[in-house]
Design a protein around this ligand. Structure first.
Ligand SMILES: Nc1ncnc2c1ncn2[C@@H]1O[C@H](COP(=O)(O)OP(=O)(O)O)[C@@H](O)[C@H]1O
Ligand SMILES: Cc1ncsc1CCOP(=O)(O)O
Ligand SMILES: [Mg+2]
Length: 261
């Protein structure tokens, strides 16, 4: 990592998120704690201006509706115009016909720099058989490395397939990142936070694969390093660690918590 965390804390990149209506505060506070500058909007009329002043944009499908789809399209049009990196979080994209249709159409219309989802969501995008469980990963027998690679090849995006082991791939390079803890599953919105944090890291590095690896490593180690992993204590600890983390601290944690993935 080339001082990505220091760069974010020094430059405060604005990350525009088209958020769901469950976890916007988690996403905003996660970005804010790390040193990025969160911004959210629901109005297509201002999407062009918003993207112009932002350094990255994240689109979250969590509570999709027809109005929000218009907002997503306006943001993606502007991101193309202003050459801003983009992230898609395809929340529960296989759960309903409506979501599946919209995500399929969005992916035909626009290219996303990175896409971050759990196993169920990425398997859906890759066209691989998998039993998702609502917003959660669910179960399946497919080889997740293959699923992630397939999605990356099909969509031309860096894919982050999150879970106990996070898989990052651009179709050629592949990283398996073993950090994190079961506590992540106790707080709704950690997936959404990671997706928007990837947006902040994309600003620090033109290589989207490296940026995504940095984002996952930072977020998961900040959560793993929390001393008290009980749900009521863990989440504030995660924000404290995002606030305090440095590039040097990350290396120390990596050495302390490193395990084979
Ligand atoms: N069992 C686990 N062990 C360690 N980390 C996990 C585990 N499950 C999820 N995470 C972490 O939680 C974050 C959110 O991932 P995930 O739960 O897959 O997303 P979502 O909330 O969208 O389903 C990621 O940073 C991932 O590394
Ligand atoms: C509960 C819920 N319902 C629609 S979006 C959402 C939040 C999803 O958050 P995450 O994918 O980060 O767990
Ligand atoms: Mg999710």
């Amino acid at each position: 990592m080339q001082n990505a965390i220091a760069t974010i804390k020094e430059t405060n990149p604005i990350v525009l998120t088209v958020a769901n209506n469950v976890t916007p505060a988690d996403v905003a506070n996660g970005l804010n704690a790390l040193g990025a500058s969160p911004m959210m909007s629901q109005t297509p009329e201002e999407a062009d201006d918003m993207v112009n002043i932002a350094q990255a944009a994240a689109i979250n499908l969590g509570t999709l509706n027809p109005h929000q789809r218009g907002e997503m399209e306006a943001v993606m049009e502007a991101a193309k115009k202003y050459h801003k990196p983009t992230v898609l979080d395809p929340v529960a994209c296989g759960a309903t016909m409506y979501r599946l249709r919209v995500v399929t159409e969005l992916l035909h219309q626009y290219h996303f720099t990175a896409i971050r989802g759990n196993a169920g969501e990425i398997a859906t995008l890759a066209g691989v058989d998998w039993q998702s469980h609502g917003i959660d990963a669910g179960e399946g027998n497919a080889d997740l490395e293959k699923v992630a690679r397939l999605a990356a090849e099909k969509l031309g995006s860096v894919i982050v397939l999150s879970g106990e082991v996070d898989i990052v791939t651009d179709g050629t390079r592949l990283a398996r990142l073993p950090y994190g803890s079961p506590a992540f599953k106790t707080h709704v919105g950690t997936g959404d936070m990671l997706s928007s944090l990837i947006g902040a890291f994309l600003v620090t590095n033109d290589d989207a694969f490296d940026a995504a690896v940095d984002a996952v490593t930072t977020f998961t180690l900040c959560g793993q390093a929390v001393e008290d992993q009980r749900p009521g204590y863990w989440y504030p600890g995660l924000l404290n660690n995002l606030d305090a983390v440095t590039d040097e601290q990350l290396v120390t944690w990596q050495e302390a918590f490193g395990k084979e993935a």
